[in-house]
Each structure stands twice: as structure tokens, then as C-alpha cells.
Write a protein of this length. Structure first.
Ligand code: OSB
Ligand code: MG
Length: 373
């Protein structure tokens, strides 16, 4: 496909509720959106980098400069075959995986439209519906924490993930478990614990959680492997897994028994599918993580989650949990069974609300001439 223009824009959107993790509170998002014009069609991509480099070392402002000065020019140079050709075009640039993913995913979005295929089918998806969980942020009080869980269970979500940190863990797990003895429960520490906390982490076993996500350092395999030997509960790695090789290393070292795949964190759909496949071959289930995405990133997450080894409920939840008004149509809804239907129409399966996006835009830049003007 011949790319006519790449439009970058920053939109700002308040979250309907603050989201607190061990690395900070998010009340609103600054989001880099990518729009690629090619052959009369428009592909969209969303960069999942946050406002600060707290979850990962990327942030929206680094992604902006990398897309503009390094990646977009490489993509514009000559016609690109398809989404799968992007990693090779970008390989001179080290790191900056969220920036890379925002472009690569927009190319996949375009490719699906050109082939008149559902994005899910193009990626190798097989599911008609995906199983949904929620990630519940750290709440100011125990009462509010229990209310959030109650609301999510009433809505049908199949797995409740509780954000935790030292001082906000076992007491909260105990209260939740006591009230809901059978719920599928997990926790996510976002790297808040250290080796000195080993014995404390062992006490998490009694709550019979599906998994403990990223308890230790964001870049570690070795100490997670030591910890996994001492835990009955499965460790799930999120931050540590940057690519397929990391997934292979983590599986081989037994640093985890489950992997959270975030398409932005690993640099795009190509690498996400590669991790999915490598994990499947080794009997390791994966699930699709979330980054408080708008409907564009959410639509892409739904397509990815339709692959067969995405066999545990993901953090892909309804639009209304995040936004008063989402930027896609229809917005993402979750059934009372806790499922999202995978679109079967060509492309991403959700229309992009350009007028609303225009209103939310605070800066815009275009690489290439474009044909739309
Ligand atoms: O660790 O999974 C995480 C949000 C931002 C950064 C990191 C994480 C999260 C979530 C929210 O847990 C998932 C979502 O609902 O999008
Ligand atoms: Mg996580």
C-alpha cells in the first residue's frame, strides 16, 4: 500500500473515575492517535504510552517525537506490504515499542479494510466472543473497594483484578474473599514488592487467586523465578515481557505461568501474535491487558483477544467504565455474561467519531501531503 499521509494528534479525555495503581493516580489521559491515509482509506492507531514514564519508560511526548522524526518517515519512504512488514522497517530504532505499535496497528487496520477482512480474522482470531475481566484501581477506603467489586460482578465481569501495593493487600483480599468465596480473583502489584517481601507474598496463596501479576521489578525474570518456586499461585508477567524472546526466557526460567500480552508494550500486532504463538506451543495461557484505551485501542484489543490462546479473561472492558463518551461507534459493551462480541465486518468493526475527535484534539501534525487536504 502507498501511504499518502500520517496524521498525528493529541487528544485529552477525562476518565469517569480516577485509576490508582502502585505507580500513581490517573484522572485523565493525554493520548496520541495515529491516522494513516492510504489508497482512499484511513487506518487508525492508538499509542498507549501514558503521560509520565511510570508504567514503562515511554510517555506520550517521547512517542510523539519518535513517531514524527524516526518512524513515520521510514513508513513513508516506499510502499509498505502490510502490517507484518512494519517491524522490519522500524528495526533500526531501538525500544520505543509503544510508538512503533501505534503505527504498525494502524497499518493492520488499513490492511484489514483493503482485504475486506475483519481485523480479528486477519490476525488469526477464532473466537466469536471474548471473555472480559476488570482491573479495579486502589480505592480510598475498603467500603469503596468492596462497592467497586460488587458493581463489576453485577455487570457480569468474569474476573476481578485488584490493584495492590504494600499496605493495601492482604486485608483487602481477605475482605473480598470473605464476601465472594467463589469469584475469580487476581491481583496486580505493578512491581511494588521486593525480595524482602517474599514471605509476605507467600501469604497471598491463601486467597486462591488465579494469578499474581508483576509483583517484583518491572525488568526482572530471575527473582520472579525464585518467587514462583515458593508460590502455589501462578505469577503473571506484564511489564517484564517486551517481546517473544522475553516470553521464551520467562517460560524457560519458570518466572511465570501466565502472560499478559499488551499490544503496545510489545511493539505491535506482529510481536503480540508471535508471543501468543510461542506461549501456546508451550502450554502457557495468555490474556489481553489494557492501558485505559479509547475505543480505537480497545477495538484492536478485542481483535487480538479473539486468538485461541487468549484463554483467560482480559482487561478489555466496556467503554463506559472509562469514558463519558467514547470516540468510536458503537461504543464497546459487555453482555451480562461478561463477554464482548468480536466484530465480523471488514476492518476494526467500529466507526471512528471524527467530529468528536476533532473537538478533543489539542495538537496535530501531518507527515506527507495526503489527498484529503
Ligand atoms: O498493569 O495492567 C496494568 C492500566 C494502566 C497501566 C498499567 C495497567 C493498567 C490496568 C488497567 O490494569 C487495565 C484497563 O482497564 O485498561
Ligand atoms: Mg499489569
Amino acid at each position: 500500500m502507498k501511504i499518502d499521509a500520517i496524521h498525528m494528534r493529541e487528544i485529552q479525555m477525562p476518565l469517569v473515575q480516577p485509576f490508582q495503581t502502585s505507580f500513581g493516580v490517573t484522572t485523565g489521559r493525554r493520548i496520541l492517535l495515529i491516522e494513516i491515509e492510504a489508497e482512499g482509506l484511513t487506518g487508525w492507531g492508538e499509542c498507549v504510552a501514558g503521560e509520565h514514564p511510570y508504567y514503562s519508560d515511554e510517555m506520550i511526548d517521547t512517542a510523539w517525537i519518535i513517531v514524527k522524526s524516526e518512524l513515520a518517515p521510514r513508513l513513508m519512504k516506499e510502499p509498505v506490504e502490510n502490517g507484518g512488514a512494519c517491524p522490519n522497517l522500524f528495526k533500526r530504532v531501538r525500544g520505543h515499542r509503544m510508538a512503533k505499535a501505534s503505527l504498525e496497528n494502524a497499518v493492520w487496520d488499513l490492511e484489514a479494510q483493503m482485504k475486506k477482512a475483519a481485523l480479528a480474522d486477519l490476525l488469526g482470531g477464532e473466537r466469536e466472543v471474548i471473555a472480559c475481566g476488570v482491573s479495579i484501581g486502589i480505592q480510598p477506603t475498603m467500603e469503596e473497594q468492596m462497592e467497586k467489586i460488587e458493581t463489576a460482578l453485577a455487570a457480569g465481569y468474569q474476573r476481578i483484578k485488584l490493584k495492590c501495593q504494600p499496605g493495601w493487600d492482604v486485608t483487602m483480599f481477605e475482605a473480598a474473599r470473605k464476601r465472594w468465596p467463589d469469584m475469580v480473583m487476581s491481583c496486580d502489584a505493578n512491581s511494588a514488592y521486593r525480595i524482602k517481601d517474599m514471605e509476605h507474598l507467600e501469604t497471598f496463596d491463601e486467597f486462591k487467586m488465579l494469578m499474581i501479576e508483576q509483583p517484583l521489578w518491572y525488568d526482572d525474570f530471575y527473582f520472579h523465578s525464585m518467587l514462583q518456586k515458593r508460590l502455589a499461585t501462578a505469577i503473571c508477567l506484564d511489564e517484564s515481557i517486551r517481546n517473544r524472546r522475553d516470553a521464551l526466557a520467562a517460560i524457560d526460567m519458570q518466572s511465570c505461568r501466565i502472560i499478559n500480552v499488551k499490544v503496545g508494550r510489545v511493539g505491535g500486532f506482529s510481536e503480540a501474535v508471535a508471543i501468543h504463538n510461542a506461549a501456546a506451543e508451550r502450554g502457557i495461557p495468555v490474556w489481553c491487558g489494557g492501558m485505559l484505551e479509547t475505543g480505537i485501542g480497545r477495538a484492536h484489543n478485542i481483535a487480538l483477544s479473539s486468538l485461541p490462546n487468549f484463554s483467560l479473561p482480559g482487561d478489555v472492558s466496556a467503554s463506559k467504565r472509562y469514558w463519558k463518551e467514547d470516540i468510536i461507534e458503537p461504543e464497546v459493551t459487555v453482555s451480562t455474561k461478561g463477554e464482548i462480541a468480536v466484530p465480523t465486518t471488514p476492518g476494526r468493526g467500529f466507526e471512528v467519531r471524527r467530529d468528536l475527535i476533532e473537538k478533543l484534539t489539542i495538537r496535530k501534525e501531518t507527515i506527507g501531503a495526503g489527498v484529503r487536504g
